[in-house]
Write a protein that binds this ligand. Structure first.
Ligand code: MG
Length: 197
């Protein structure tokens, strides 16, 4: 199975955040301080808004409009991710970190559920997710620290680092660096793996 990360790997979280940030600003609210004050992991979820106690119509409108952005998240899927998901013939898994309810909403909103055999949302470090990782042949991540911690525990996994922004310079030799998901197949073939039909 090829297991993918979500944000930064197939989903452009930054663009979605910008859109939500703009919406909040329109109501005179600072999205970033709200996000930080409610979550030690710096992830936003709809509960934040409820805790904020923005009462009345204004509160309802913000929740409704934020939910709408999340539910129509197809626009935030990277172009190469769309192509990869459409053309891929291997079994796919999705392993993502975040608030369970909100993350599920995001994945559903992005319209990508149908491509994955298995979807795991975790609030622990990813290497704890034995069930999905023990079935994983290739893991694609945009976070080098996460990738390295996983392969320390799962030696047979081939690690692929997706470096869309070109921020990683000295990547260990055992890690395959790619810029787009459509590079998975050719890179995998070069390695002589049979996990890349
Ligand atoms: Mg990520």
């Amino acid at each position: 199975m090829i297991t993918l990360d979500f944000e930064g790997t197939i989903f452009d979280e930054t663009r979605q955040r910008q859109k939500i940030r703009k919406l909040f600003a329109g109501f005179g609210l600072d999205y970033d301080s709200i996000c930080r004050s409610f979550s030690k992991h710096n992830f936003f979820d709809l509960d934040c808004l409820k805790k904020l106690k923005i009462n009345g119509e204004r509160g309802k409108t913000i929740i409704k409009k934020t939910t709408e952005i999340v539910e129509s998240g197809k626009e935030f899927i990277y172009e190469d991710a769309k192509i990869f998901l459409e053309q891929n013939k291997e079994e796919l898994g999705l392993l993502t970190f975040g608030d369970k309810g909100f993350q599920k909403l995001k994945i559903k909103g992005a319209g990508v559920e149908k491509y994955f055999r298995k979807i795991v949302v975790t609030q622990k470090e990813k290497f704890h997710e034995r069930e999905i990782l023990s079935k994983t042949d290739i893991l694609v991540e945009n976070d080098l620290v996460v990738l390295e911690s996983v392969i320390k525990h799962f030696k047979k996994i081939k690690p692929y680092l997706i470096d869309r922004l070109g921020i990683y310079e000295n990547v260990p030799e055992n890690i395959v660096k790619i810029k787009k998901l459509t590079e998975i197949r050719p890179a995998c073939r070069r390695q002589g793996s049979n996990k890349c039909r």
